[in-house]
Write a protein that binds this ligand. Structure first.
Ligand code: ADP
Length: 222
């Protein structure tokens, strides 16, 4: 068994005195797998994703990325790790409306200071991959919701992240658009990315390599 990309041990997270979102979670995220996290609303899936990806600090337990405990990193080092190794896609589209499709895709590359030629090449490659090369100069508002989610995915994958964290990426989409997103996630895994997806969508779950199911802040045995 290869070393996990991310390992969590004994995660606990509460919101206030009454809400226990994570109640002792151990999980390994393995390289180049599509891992689906499922379970009822309120079972702690988003909180788990947030802790695993270093966006939220657990109250107890630890998260290791390639063996490094995220708690030992200061805020800058943790943000650097997120920017260099991780990428995110959410249910609600977070494209910038005043930027074109191409500008949205290349934003992370511009922000990290890539060379203009590399940015152009990568933007074209990503838009081809998601089937939107001919829409590069349009603004998000002129695209369907499914197309916008493909742009968000192209942007997330433009930095060649090791791990893509996706929270309900097909939640707002019709089934045909959802299938396109699943195909793109599978393709990312085929090119050695690790994808962790929180989902209620049976098609996403059945297309994953492994499913963990949460209930009441814990992973169900099985
Ligand atoms: P899921 O993703 O499975 O719906 P969440 O991780 O979003 O579950 O939520 C787990 C529990 O924590 C729920 O009871 C939710 O209401 C609560 N919760 C999540 N985020 C917050 C927050 N920022 N403040 C207070 N309670 C929260």
């Amino acid at each position: 068994m290869p070393e996990p990309v991310v390992r969590a041990e004994g995660l606990r997270k509460s919101y206030g005195p009454r809400v226990v979102a994570l109640d002792g979670v151990d999980i390994d995220v393995r390289p180049a797998e599509l891992l689906a996290i499922t379970g009822p609303s309120g079972s702690g899936k988003s909180t788990l994703l947030s802790c695993l990806s270093g966006l939220t600090t657990p109250d107890e337990g630890r998260v290791l990325c390639d063996g490094v405990d995220l708690a030992t990193l200061d805020d800058d080092a943790r943000s650097d790790l997120r920017a260099e190794r991780f990428a995110f896609v959410f249910q609600t589209l977070n494209l910038l409306p005043a930027l074109t499709v191409a500008e949205n895709v290349q934003l992370p590359l511009v922000l990290r200071g890539d060379q203009a030629e590399d940015i152009r090449r990568k933007t074209t490659e990503m838009l081809l991959q998601v089937g939107l090369a001919d829409r590069d100069g349009e603004f998000p508002a002129s695209l369907s919701v499914g197309e916008q989610q493909r742009v968000a995915l192209a942007r997330a994958l433009s930095t060649d992240p090791d791990v893509l964290w996706a929270d309900e990426p097909t939640g707002a989409l019709d089934s045909a658009s959802g299938e396109q997103i699943v195909a793109l996630l599978r393709r990312a895994v085929a090119s050695s990315r690790t994808v962790v997806v929180v989902t209620h969508d049976a098609h996403v779950a059945s297309s994953s390599d492994r499913i963990v199911t949460m209930r009441d802040g814990a992973i169900e045995p099985g």
